[in-house]
Ligand binder design. Structure first.
Ligand SMILES: Cc1cc2nc3c(=O)[nH]c(=O)nc-3n(C[C@H](O)[C@H](O)[C@H](O)COP(=O)(O)OP(=O)(O)OC[C@H]3O[C@@H](n4cnc5c(N)ncnc54)[C@H](O)[C@@H]3O)c2cc1C
Ligand code: SF4
Length: 571
C-alpha cells in the first residue's frame, strides 16, 4: 500500500507545472519541454486539438442554422458573451457561457473567457505590437502605479524570440514609441487607408497610420513550415480555428511543439483550486486540482509553478491559496493582491465617408484589419489634462449595394449586379487606463462555484481620465478626418462595459519593492520565489498596445530564467 502511494506521488511529480494552456501558459510549456523538463500543463477546460476540433472551419454561411446570427434565446441567456463582437454562431463553442461560470459583478463588468485547451488564443484578433520605454517608464515618469522593474532592453530580445516563432506580419516603421520587430511582410493598406496615412504624415509631425501588425503568416519561414503551418489564405474566418495554422494559437503552434518533445503531460478537465505551500521548505510544492467532471481532488507536485490562468483567474487562484504563512493568499503579505486591476478603454468609435478614389475598390480580405495609429498623445511631454493616451485602429472599405426591390428575374438581376457604394472609413479607440487601488477583484466569502472554489467579485470602472481621453480621441480624429477630406463624420460612444475589450491586467503587479508589489523583475512572487506569474496579472500598467505579445515574451524570458535557476539549484 505504502509503495503504491509512493509510486502515485512519483507519477504526480514533475519538474514544472504550468496552470492554463492559453497564449501565455503554452509558451511556458514550450520552453520547459524543449529544454528537457518534464512538464505538466493543467487546463480546466476540454481538449481542443488543432484542425480536428474546429467543427465550423469549412462551413458556408448557409450551412449554419441561423446564417451566423445569434438567435434571440441565446442573446437572452448569454448577454455577456453576446456583447463580445466575436461571439457568433461559428465561434460560440470556444466561449464561456454566462451561466456556466458565474462571478459577482460588484460593478458592471463583462468577463469574456475561453475555457479550453488554447484558451482565448483561439479567439483573439491577433493584433500584436511591442511596448516601448514610453510604456515601461510611464508610471515612474507620470506618477501612477509603481515603477516597472524592467525596461525595454530587458524584454527586446524576447520579443524577437517570440515574433520569430509565432510569425508576425508588419512593416518596420521606425517609430520610437512602437519599436520595430522581426516581421514578415505586412498586409498592405488599401487605397483610402493609404490616402489617410499620407494625409496624416503631411499634416502632423509625430502621428502615423501604419499597417496593423498581426500574428499571421503572410510569408512563412522554415520554422513555421516545421511547425506544420502554411501561409495565411486571407479567409478571415480565424475565430473558427484555422486549419492552415495561418495565425498563432496555442493549439496550432506552442502546444504541438511542446508535445513533440515527449516531455509534456497535458491534462484537460483539471480545475486548479490552489497552490500548495510548505512552510518548512518555504516554497510552493505543487497544486491542488479538482477534476472538472468527477470533482475528484488530486495533488500534483513540481519544483516550479507558472500561473497562466489569464489575469483574473490567476488572481483568483493565488487569493485562494491560503496557508498559515499566507492567510490572505499566496505571496500576499502586503494585502495588495487583487488590487490595481486595469484594462483598456475601447468605448469610442468614429466613422465617416469619402467620395474620392472611386476608381479603386477592395477585393479579398485583410486579416490584419487595416491600419493602426500608435499613441501620439503625451508621449514626449505632458500636453493634455489627462494622463497617458490612446492608440486607434483604422479601416476603409466600399459596401456592395444589391437592389432587392424586384421580384423574379428583376430580383435575380439586382442580386447579381452589385454596385459599389462610396468609401466608408472607421476607427476605434484603444486607450490606456490607469491602475487604481479601488479597481479590484476579491473572493466572495460565501458563494462558491460547482467545484467548491469561491466566486470572484469584480469591482472595476472607468473614471474621469478615461472620459477626458475619449473626448480627446473624438476631437483629434475628427480633425485628422477633416484634413483627409472625409465627410459625414460621426462619433459614437458604444457604451460598452468595462471588460469588453478583453485586456484585463494587474492584481499581481511587478515592482522593485515587496511592500508595494507582488512580483520581482523575473515574475517570481517576492515571498514565494518558485511561483511565477507571467500572464496579464503581472502587469504594472497597461500601455495602449495590445498585451498578448508582451505576455508571451515575458513568459519565455521568465521560463528560461527559471530553468537557469533550477540548474544552479536555486529553485
Ligand atoms: C475576441 C478577442 C479578441 C482579442 N484580440 C486581441 C488582440 O488583437 N491582441 C491581443 O494582444 N490580445 C487580444 N485578445 C486577448 C488575448 O486573447 C489574451 O490576452 C490572451 O489569450 C491571454 O493569454 P493567457 O494565457 O493569459 O490567457 P488565455 O489565453 O485565456 O488562457 C488561460 C487558460 O487558463 C485556463 N484556466 C483558467 N482558470 C484555470 C484554473 N483554475 N485551472 C486550470 N486552468 C485554468 C483557461 O481555461 C484558459 O485556457 C483578444 C481576446 C478576445 C476574446
Ligand atoms: S485569415 Fe488566415 S489565419 Fe485566418 S482563418 Fe484564414 S487562413 Fe487562417
Amino acid at each position: 500500500m505504502a509503495n503504491l502511494a509512493i509510486d502515485s506521488i512519483k507519477e504526480r511529480t514533475f519538474d514544472a507545472i504550468v496552470i492554463g494552456s492559453g497564449a501565455s501558459g503554452s509558451w511556458a510549456a514550450k520552453e520547459f519541454t524543449e529544454k528537457g523538463l518534464k512538464t505538466l500543463l493543467l487546463e480546466r477546460g476540454r481538449n481542443v486539438e488543432h484542425v480536428k476540433d474546429y467543427p465550423t472551419t469549412n462551413l458556408y454561411p448557409y450551412e449554419f442554422e441561423h446564417r451566423l446570427e445569434m438567435p434571440y434565446e441565446d442573446k437572452q441567456k448569454n448577454p455577456i458573451a453576446n456583447r463580445c463582437y466575436n461571439y457568433r454562431e461559428d465561434s460560440k463553442h470556444f466561449f464561456v457561457k454566462d451561466d456556466e461560470h458565474p462571478y459577482i459583478q460588484v460593478k458592471d463588468f463583462d468577463w469574456i473567457r475561453g475555457y479550453q485547451v488554447g484558451g482565448k488564443s483561439l479567439l483573439w484578433a491577433r493584433q500584436v505590437q511591442r511596448w516601448s520605454d514610453f510604456d515601461f517608464e510611464g508610471p515612474a515618469r507620470d506618477g501612477f502605479s509603481v515603477d516597472w522593474p524592467i525596461r525595454y532592453k530587458d524584454i527586446a530580445p524576447w520579443y524577437s524570440y517570440v515574433e520569430r516563432f509565432v510569425g508576425v506580419s508588419g512593416n518596420n516603421d521606425g517609430i520610437p514609441e512602437l519599436p520595430d520587430g522581426e516581421h514578415l511582410p505586412a498586409f498592405p493598406l488599401n487605397a483610402v487607408e493609404d490616402h489617410f496615412s499620407k494625409s496624416v504624415a503631411k499634416h502632423y509631425k509625430n502621428r502615423h497610420v501604419i499597417s496593423a501588425r498581426c500574428a499571421h503568416l503572410s510569408k512563412p519561414n522554415p520554422i513555421h513550415i516545421e511547425q506544420g503551418r502554411v501561409q495565411c489564405q486571407n479567409r478571415v474566418l480565424c475565430q473558427r480555428g484555422c486549419p492552415f495554422g495561418g495565425y498563432y494559437s496555442a493549439n496550432a503552434v506552442t502546444i504541438p511543439w511542446a508535445q513533440k518533445t515527449g516531455n509534456l503531460t497535458l491534462r484537460p478537465h483539471s480545475v486548479v483550486h490552489s497552490i500548495l505551500y510548505d512552510e518548512t521548505k518555504g516554497k510552493a510544492t505543487g497544486v491542488k486540482v479538482i477534476d472538472a467532471n468527477t470533482k475528484e481532488e488530486m495533488e500534483f507536485f513540481a519544483k516550479v509553478i507558472f500561473v497562466n490562468a489569464s489575469a483574473l483567474n490567476t488572481n483568483l487562484i493565488l487569493l485562494n491559496s491560503i496557508s498559515n504563512r499566507f492567510p490572505q493568499g499566496l505571496g500576499n503579505d502586503n494585502g495588495l493582491m487583487g488590487k490595481y486591476v486595469a484594462f483598456h478603454n475601447y468605448t469610442a468609435t468614429i466613422g465617416a465617408e469619402y467620395d474620392g478614389l472611386l476608381q479603386y475598390r477592395t477585393d479579398g480580405r485583410n486579416p490584419a484589419g487595416g491600419g493602426y495609429i500608435p499613441r501620439f498623445r503625451n508621449v514626449y511631454r505632458q500636453e493634455t489634462d489627462f494622463l497617458r493616451g490612446w492608440a486607434a485602429g483604422f479601416g476603409a472599405g466600399r459596401a456592395e449595394i444589391r437592389d432587392t426591390s424586384g421580384v423574379g428575374s428583376a430580383l435575380k438581376e439586382g442580386m447579381l449586379n452589385a454596385k459599389l457604394g462610396t468609401w466608408r472609413v472607421h476607427s476605434h479607440m484603444m486607450a490606456e487606463t490607469i491602475p487604481k487601488e479601488e479597481n479590484f477583484v476579491s473572493l466572495d466569502a460565501d458563494q462558491k462555484d460547482a467545484w467548491g472554489i469561491p466566486l470572484l467579485r469584480i469591482s472595476i470602472d472607468y473614471d474621469e481620465n478615461d472620459r477626458k481621453m475619449r473626448q480627446d480621441y473624438y476631437e483629434q480624429m475628427t480633425e485628422m478626418y477633416e484634413k483627409a477630406g472625409f465627410t459625414n463624420i460621426q462619433t459614437r460612444d458604444d457604451n460598452r462595459r468595462p471588460g469588453n475589450d478583453i485586456h484585463e491586467m494587474g492584481g499581481v503587479r511587478m515592482g522593485h519593492d515587496p511592500k508595494t508589489s507582488l512580483l520581482n523583475k523575473w515574475h517570481q512572487l517576492h515571498a514565494c520565489q518558485n511561483v511565477f506569474v507571467t500572464d496579464g496579472a503581472c502587469m504594472t500598467s497597461t500601455s495602449t498596445q495590445n498585451p498578448t505579445l508582451t505576455y508571451m515574451a515575458f513568459t519565455a524570458r521568465a521560463a528560461n530564467y527559471a530553468i537557469d535557476e533550477m540548474k544552479k539549484g536555486n529553485l
